[in-house]
Design a protein around this ligand. Sequence first.
Ligand code: GLU
Length: 431
Amino acid sequence: MSVEVDKAEKKDNVLVATLDKVKQAVELAELSPEVYEHLKTPMRFLEVAIPVEMEDGTTRVYTGYRCQHNNVFGPYKGGLRYHPDVTTDSIKALSMWMTLKCSLVGVPFGGAKGAIVCDVQELTVKEKERMTRSYVRVLGSFIGPETDIPAPDVFTDAQVMAWIADEYSSNMREPSFGVVTGKPLAVGGCVGRNEATGRGVFFVAREAANAFDIPFDKARIAIQGFGNVGSNAAVLFAEAGCPVIAVSDVSGGIYNKDGLEIEKLIEHVKKTGFVKGFPGAQDIDNQELLAIDCDILIPAALENQLTGSNAGNVKAKIVVEGANGPTTPEADQILKDKKVLVVPDILANSGGVTVSYFEWVQNNYGFRWDLATVNRRLEEKMSEAFKMVYHYYCEKCVDSDMRTGAYMYSIKRLAEAMHYRGWLNDKNGQY
Ligand code: GLU
């Protein structure tokens, strides 16, 4: 491998960037270097072969992963994604973000992430079901309600979670639905879980606008990605009166300076599959969306979207990271220099795992909360987390950004738990 390739790979490598950030946060928070030693490597990384019988009778073997990063707070927790581009490094980084996210928002879980390297569009529903069940069988007792609890992520949904719950329950020979969250309501799901990440993004954006003295009901919103997170957040922004002036998906973007009609747009996407061609809107591309003149920009698609080459064009005052890892370190620096507030992913998209926690609690004690209770508790958690992290960042992180503040805050809590569990050689009680 040439040095150039090596450098290029390193540059966009989310794991390298995350490790740098964790190390920096440990140092800035004056924590023991042992804390970094614990966090830098996942506690367990599983790579598995997943045999699937295809419709034509042949067997195809897919590669799957489950990365269990850290369980100092409780069972491992994190999504399962089906995507052709996942790498071992991206799964490791994603699992690390789950550890940081759970700690930050104060839910008693550790961090994990799983994936199957596949293109789901090429699979029939039956093949997808067989692949999911096969994955559960090969993982065996490495997952479980007290061990490791998967949830939906990119290209997985409530139906996939139901297959996991069913396969796991039949392996255990008893119903054990708490092994996953994000299930359909009929099999132990939680009301509001499907919309929770988007709802959390909305609450955090509102807090950030308040902190920046931007009148929220007039805040112009642009959203990259119109999947579960982006579309649910868009509905809430529109309901609150905020003009959602631009959205995009894989087909490209659409723009209307007076605000798009989100309910109609959702109907259009249901019919056509994409946002493109929505009547009354101007077509734009994804790069134009990121550079649109707006107050709050929400990257809610995949990793590495705001980079050194496009961050300079951002006109938003606030970036709220609905996706995991959408901003590269270079972009972070550029946005910081431009005085754009970046509300980091581990805070901004933690609404999903927060309501996953509510679901797990309800499964454990066999009682259901109503939607008003779920949404109220989510709002309390998200607003409190934003205020605490923002306050901490303003106070402690004099020359740094909110991501650094969030990492410091989260890792301090992890270090405290490591200290009490006896994982650190902190003889003087210093950690
Ligand atoms: N996949 C979501 C995330 O990245 C949710 C994880 C969960 O609920 O466990 O935060």
